[in-house]
Write a protein that binds this ligand. Structure first.
Ligand SMILES: [Zn+2]
Length: 247
């Protein structure tokens, strides 16, 4: 939850801050080396998907009973990567591989640095009561600012932005059909919303709120390893369909 308003306020002393930077730098180095270690040699021409397990570290996200949003998003992200590695044609990278806090800016920068073809940020929802249930898919609204590069003319910028937004909608539709196979009639629709992670970016992307931690049925399902695997499988299939049906 709260992907629209997640600000990181550092509360660590300066010394610890430096140590933290070293740890972050090392972690980024490890992440950057992963394509060489986890999936064999980099495959030029293969689409790159950045999966973003939201929250992490002291930012737990939603906590309800035994479910913690930061853990479930990471578990799903790792399963998605594992599933994608079974067949060629898709390179999956993750914004984080461990339980650590990251700012939105750090996550957004990774998408740019690795030249991701699309970004999918995973969240778990929370409702005010126990009755809200199902998954939601958010794509960036057409009002969202995106830059087509410093020197791009306004027309090129508009074209790039529109292509990226259209691709985000197309991706959202694919992921909805995929999730429908695992969580039938649980879709709460595609929603257009400002997404800070994707602000100013021309990379297509969306946010998937995979279910409500506050709903007992959703929660029970989401902590089942079989359901988690099925969700990961559905998302990978949707991503493959998205790239293979690109206009
Ligand atoms: Zn969240």
């Amino acid at each position: 939850m709260a992907f629209m308003n997640s600000k990181y306020i550092p509360v660590i002393p300066a010394k610890a801050g430096i140590q933290k930077h070293v740890i972050v730098a090392l972690a980024l180095l490890v992440v950057c080396m992963l394509p060489l270690t986890g999936t064999g040699a980099p495959r030029p021409g293969t689409p790159v998907v950045l999966i973003d397990p939201a929250h992490g570290g002291e930012d737990t996200g939603v906590v309800s009973d035994k479910l913690r949003e930061k853990d479930l998003t990471l578990k799903l992200a790792l399963l998605i990567r594992q599933e994608a590695q079974k067949k060629p044609g898709l390179q999956v990278q993750l914004t984080r591989l461990a339980d650590r806090r990251m700012t939105t800016a750090e996550r957004a920068k990774m998408a740019e640095t690795m030249k991701a073809d699309c970004t999918v940020s995973l969240h778990v929802n929370a409702g005010f009561g126990k009755t809200s249930t199902g998954y939601e898919i958010y794509f960036p609204g057409f009002h969202q600012e995106a830059s087509g590069g410093k020197d791009a003319s306004p027309i090129i910028k508009d074209m790039t932005r529109n292509k990226s937004l259209n691709d985000s909608v197309r991706l959202a539709q694919q992921i909805r059909s995929g999730l429908e196979t695992v969580l039938p009639r649980k879709g709460r629709g595609l929603r257009d919303a400002p997404i800070p992670l994707l602000e100013g970016s021309t990379i297509p992307g969306l946010v998937v709120e995979i279910g409500f931690a506050t709903n007992p049925d959703d929660r029970k399902k989401l902590i089942e390893p079989e359901t988690q695997k099925a969700i990961a499988n559905a998302i990978v299939n949707s991503l493959r369909n998205y790239f293979s049906s690109a206009p």
